[in-house]
Design a protein around this ligand. Sequence first.
Ligand SMILES: Nc1ncnc2c1ncn2[C@@H]1O[C@H](COP(=O)(O)OP(=O)(O)O)[C@@H](O)[C@H]1O
Ligand SMILES: [Mg+2]
Length: 319
Amino acid sequence: MTAAIQVDGLIKEFGPSRAVDGVSMEVPAGSVLGLLGPNGAGKTTIVRMLATLARPDGGRARVAGFDVVEEAHQVRGRIGLTGQYASVDETIPGWDNLYMIGRLHRLPSRRAKALADELLERFRLTEAARKLPRDYSGGMRRRLDLAASLVGEPEVLYLDEPTTGLDPRSRNELWDMVRALVGKGTTVLLTTQYMEEAEALAENIVVIDHGRVIAEGTPAELRGRIGGQVLRIRPDRGTDLAGMARQLTGTGGLTAVADPVEGLITLPVAGQSDLTAAVRMLAASGVPVDGIDTHTPSLDEVFLTLTAGDPADDTRRTA
Ligand SMILES: Nc1ncnc2c1ncn2[C@@H]1O[C@H](COP(=O)(O)OP(=O)(O)O)[C@@H](O)[C@H]1O
Ligand SMILES: [Mg+2]
């Protein structure tokens, strides 16, 4: 079976820094891959290269069987993109946007009109057909973006943070629409900052940070990566959380993460021996503790642990 997206050692440099630093991944046709990473991880840059909007500085990528550099034209005819900062024109009505995009795809006028009607209906925007997108709600706007990206009937669809900033109801609606598309055979590459979203839509997840793949697998496999339980320690107020996290990380080979917002330190414990080691270290540190418990990690905690390269890097938690 052929992969709809095949990426080998992709690199993109901006000046001296590498936004994408040797990323490889594969998306089987008809599946959804969740590209998960915090702000600035390199997600949009990867999507832009796969959409032929940016030229790689190294590595290769094939989409729908075509090379994104050498066969960019063929790739363009087979992809759709819903960007973080989308492509519809705010100053012309929703229907006209879809019609115009249809014409840009060289559809005959009659077909472009029918498709505009059809897509508006499918995305529950018929009543907003004559309204300007700048007057749409956030959810309507994203639905129009998604409709616009489907005009060319793409084999491969890129959704770049499609639900960031949406309320939970609009987000769930959009998820349903994406699932319907996938049901019809479209291959989807979805970028997101939320493990929950990746799990809701994607069978496989690639976690990236600082332009590199740091983990990949099914949601269940990723949970397994950090073991069964998370130990939560609540030190006395005024404790240097980052310092304490560093100390715990340094001694036991475990990864402790400071959570300054909640005043907590969390660390994954794979089994009883980890737990014993953590408690011993804690006692040895002499830091007074207000509370301590263990719980099953949420997926977001899994993600935070995976991306917590430096336990002193508190900014991640609040970003
Ligand atoms: N056009 C550009 N010029 C310079 N730096 C850029 C440009 N686009 C992205 N970057 C940098 O590349 C890194 C990855 O950015 P991006 O791909 O947008 O991340 P993400 O989409 O995961 O938030 C960031 O450090 C960002 O500042
Ligand atoms: Mg982005």
